[in-house]
Write a protein of this length. Structure first.
Length: 338
């Protein structure tokens, strides 16, 4: 409670001090993609019905709710890779957290999105704020740790022994995180809890009132609570509510700096949780919420990126390399969220 109160006081002070609506006539759209790691669709729908997720409900009421059904492994490394590339494991070679290879940099949204903006004479600012980098594979391709021969590396192809000046090290490299580190303008791989991730995101947004941006914010509180206490625990439910609260903090900042009308908001989960368990071995119930009307009622994780790119009007410029997913847009009527 003390940490939450401190965050709120800091947030309110900064909003009052510097947040003035921008009246610039922007000709571009921004994107904020908020990832609710390990947040099961069944619980989200139940909490929405009970009116306990007011922020998410405000987006749904003027936008769309999509039932995402996971195909393949229901874990985070596979899930976030598919969401951020629009490609299935046969292309990315990211099958699960135990079986993955380095992702081609050309596949991720952060690479795909740059050129179309540059062709308009715009420099889009890309940022990734990850609560826990391990959900995305190895978080830094240069990470080295002393090799302990009594604990040999796993069969994961991304863990290899390298020798430097006669000393053996275990090198971790690969996964979508390795590409994020190279291609984004700002990178945070260990934000920690939702509060920290939201603070980083809001601080960044206040500096970008006159530059287009794509910001991915990863919340891990629900996933952490599910693993620690179980999916049917009060702790898991409370963590989902925190996802909603801190999503609202981010949206309030966007509104206060006058950017809501030109910002697309997407909230997505990578996987659900097994019933009454601390695992997500077979947990395919995910979701996508967006401040865009008329999305299809169901889709897959690979459909998220094509949907974002079409909403930006640049999908036709971003199809090389091809994506596995398809856009979920039935029509492109955009609306505010709050």
């Amino acid at each position: 409670m003390a940490r939450l109160l401190l965050f709120l006081l800091t947030f309110l002070a900064s909003e009052i001090a510097i947040a003035q609506p921008s009246h610039t006539n922007h000709s571009y759209k921004n994107v904020v993609l908020i990832g609710w790691d390990g947040t099961d669709r069944k619980f989200v729908m139940s909490l929405l019905e009970a009116k306990q997720l007011p922020v998410l409900a405000s987006i749904v009421n003027t936008g769309s709710f999509v039932k995402i059904q996971v195909r393949g492994t229901t874990d985070s490394v596979a899930g976030w890779t598919e969401i951020l590339t629009g490609c299935t494991p046969d292309i990315t070679k990211v099958v699960s957290g135990e079986e993955y290879l380095p992702v081609d940099p050309k596949l991720t949204v952060f690479t795909r999105i740059k050129k179309p903006y540059q062709e308009r004479g715009l420099d889009i600012f890309c940022a990734a704020i990850l609560a826990k980098g391990g959900s995305f594979g190895a978080t830094n391709p240069t990470t080295l740790q002393l090799f302990d021969p009594t604990h040999p590396p796993s069969t994961n192809a991304l863990r290899r022994i390298v020798t430097i000046d006669g000393t053996n090290y275990l090198q971790l490299v690969g996964g979508v995180a390795a590409d994020l580190w190279h291609t984004v303008d700002e990178w945070h791989s260990r934000a920690g809890n939702n509060s920290n991730a939201a603070y980083i995101a809001t601080s960044l947004i206040r500096t970008l009132t006159n530059q287009p941006f794509f910001i991915f914010v990863h919340f891990a509180d629900a996933d952490n609570a599910g693993h620690q206490f179980g999916s049917d625990s009060p702790n898991y439910i409370a963590a989902i509510k925190r996802n909603d609260f801190y999503t609202g903090i981010i949206l309030d900042t966007i509104k206060n700096v006058g950017l809501m009308d030109q910002t697309l908001i997407f909230v997505v989960s990578d996987h659900g949780f097994d019933p009454n368990a601390k695992t997500h071995l077979a947990a395919p119930d995910s979701f996508l919420v967006a401040n865009i009307r008329g999305l299809q009622e169901s889709g897959t994780r690979a459909d998220v990126l094509p949907t974002i790119l079409e909403a930006l009007g640049i999908l036709h410029q971003c199809t090389n390399p091809p994506m596995s997913g398809v856009s979920l847009l039935k029509r492109t009527e955009l609306t505010g969220t709050r």
